[in-house]
Design a protein around this ligand. Structure first.
Ligand SMILES: *Cc1c(COP(=O)(O)O)cnc(C)c1O
Length: 381
């Protein structure tokens, strides 16, 4: 096994469990039940129909979903859902859909929705540089909105909602791309959840959409067939050639969550202890490491932080790679450092990272000039 895979802190595509990688490797040569390479198995085969059925069942069981939902496996990533959601639910409507602008990814969803109908931005974190999320007192939602949309975990800034937002009488839609299946999520309170696989639960190429059946009843006619949730649901995620390999690997990850981890409550405990280990170090580092997010909104999946200056960030990243720690660069739009600690990143891997950070800190000290330089840098943005 390639030991680098164990120390992959990439923001996405992210780490996958070692046992899953080994099974995926085997399937490239031959899937034993079929006797063919997975790259050459028909999407119309009975074997693949069983893969889809098992993956749907596993996701329903992991989330404790009731029977009132369809689980779809689509293409186009999170980005296509930014358009597909408003095409289905906002086109022709007069009351605005309500969106929260809490970071980079929710900011990508809003302009796509505006192409289909009116949008009200309920809260905008741009002015505070996306360092925190709104409290309930800062939010008021209209009963007339066609739906409310938010991102549960802002992958770039490392911000995560630790509660469900919105009102129960308005369809609640959530982009869970970077924290899906990292913990239980009260899925029954959502009308539509979407999550591409490549951050937390599989390879790029497949996006999970969980949609409440009643939402399917009232969609506009004349949507392009691929973009029509009804057609995708009727076709059992096999409307056109789906990404067979990506769906299979995602199935393997759900089996791992069920059989090796023991479900989402246990996954949550593990993820919490991983996050506490890193945030604990940030908090006792005397501002050597500076967390981006305010404490109450910290993400358990993406720990974004800075050192005193951008130069020190680069030096840190250079030494991290030399120490065999991969994928720690912050998102290209904000720089800095980001440790993504998705489900497949193990507790021992996080311990290694934290040991490295402790050691790095003991070898570098911050002078007063560096601090002032950082102050100018961070307020200039
Ligand atoms: C990465 C990301 C996206 C974009 O997904 P693509 O599959 O690249 O389109 C959308 N939403 C969130 C929360 C993300 O982290």
């Amino acid at each position: 096994m390639n030991p680098n895979n164990l120390l992959n802190f990439s923001g996405g595509p992210g780490a996958l469990p070692e046992s899953v990688l080994l099974q995926a490797q085997e399937s490239i040569i031959s899937v034993s039940e079929v006797g063919l390479s997975i790259l050459g198995i028909s999407h119309r085969s009975d074997w693949f129909a069983a893969v889809i059925a098992e993956l749907e069942t596993n996701i329903c069981n992991l989330l404790g979903l009731s029977k009132e939902y369809h689980v779809l496996f689509l293409q186009g990533g999170g980005t296509q859902q930014f358009s597909m959601v408003p095409m289905a639910l906002l086109r022709g409507k007069t009351s605005p859909a309500e969106y929260l602008h809490t970071g980079y990814w929710s900011g990508k969803a809003i302009p796509e929705a505006r192409k289909e109908g009116p949008v009200r931005v309920v809260w905008n974190g741009e002015d505070n540089g996306f360092h925190h999320l709104p409290s309930d007192e800062e939010l008021s939602f209209s009963p007339d909105a066609p739906y409310i949309h938010y991102v549960s975990n802002e992958t770039v800034e490392g911000l995560q909602f630790h509660r469900v937002l919105g009102r129960d009488d308005v369809p609640r839609i959530c982009d869970m791309s970077s924290d899906f299946l990292s913990m239980p999520c009260e899925a029954d309170r959502f009308s539509l959840i979407y999550a591409h696989a490549q951050k937390n639960i599989g390879p790029a190429g497949v996006t999970v959409v969980i949609i409440r059946d009643e939402l399917l009843r009232d969609l506009p006619d004349n949507l392009p067939s691929f973009m029509d949730y009804r057609i995708q649901a009727d076709a059992h995620s096999n409307f056109n050639t789906p990404p067979v390999f990506a769906i299979y690997v995602t199935l393997l990850v759900t089996r791992w969550l069920i059989n090796d981890i023991g479900g989402l409550s246990r996954m949550h405990e593990i993820n919490r202890s991983k996050a506490e280990l890193i945030y604990g170090l940030l908090d006792r580092s005397d501002a050597f490491y500076r967390g981006r997010a305010e404490s109450r909104d910290r993400s358990m999946m993406n720990v974004a932080f800075n050192l005193a200056t951008p130069e020190m960030d680069s030096q840190f990243l250079k030494e991290a790679v030399a120490a065999g720690l991969f994928g720690l660069s912050g998102h290209r739009t904000i720089g800095g450092i980001r440790a993504s600690i998705y489900d497949a990143v193990t507790f021992p891997a996080v311990e290694k990272l934290v040991d490295f950070m402790e050691d790095y800190k003991s070898r570098h000290t911050v002078g007063p000039h560096a601090s002032r330089a950082y102050y100018r840098h961070s307020t200039a943005q």
